[in-house]
Design a protein around this ligand. Sequence first.
Ligand SMILES: Cc1cc2nc3c(=O)[nH]c(=O)nc-3n(C[C@H](O)[C@H](O)[C@H](O)COP(=O)(O)O)c2cc1C
Length: 195
Amino acid sequence: MSKIKNPRISEVPVDPMFIDRWSPRAFSTEPVPEESLRTLFEAARWAPSCFGEEPWLFLYATKQEDLDLFRTLLVDGNRTWADRAPVLAFAFARLTFKHNDKPNRWAEFDSGAAWMSLALQASRLGLCTHGMGGFHEDKIYAALNVSREKYKAMAGIAIGWRGDASQLPPELAEKESPNNRKPLAEVAVEGKFGG
Ligand SMILES: Cc1cc2nc3c(=O)[nH]c(=O)nc-3n(C[C@H](O)[C@H](O)[C@H](O)COP(=O)(O)O)c2cc1C
């Protein structure tokens, strides 16, 4: 596998885990041990959430039959590379609180935190994750037996070991390296916005 140099430079020192995580598209087909996979979901489980609701739900596929189904839920553009990943998951957010059935307006925020914990834990284990908003929302609820009234499908997640970029179509191979970020001053503002 070709070594990829991480060109990211943080403006301010941060724990390296934040800039070491990135989303490759070239996956190896090597399976992910069940224990490692459980570690990823365990990390997600410890995310904070409003009222301790834990509104996230991850459905995942490692068996061929499940993978065949999960893959059909991705848009073709993502299938060109994500079909090689040995694990596919979908993250859902439960949109109502269990204790009173009222809308949980924080469910998506909290589910995003859980996904990030999963992604960082994966990176720590040498695994890669790649989130995907490109999936068929019209099919996913029926296909995965999830209530459309209660849950919102948030993203697909390809999980596995990094593979060689040469396996990718040329237009994706050339983008296969860690990308940059907006300047810190643009996203963290002291006091009122636009002042
Ligand atoms: C919710 C979400 C949806 C995304 N959807 C896609 C997608 O459909 N296809 C894709 O190739 N990448 C997708 N990405 C990957 C982003 O483009 C990527 O995370 C972003 O460019 C930052 O790069 P990094 O994750 O390598 O730091 C998605 C990421 C997230 C978090």
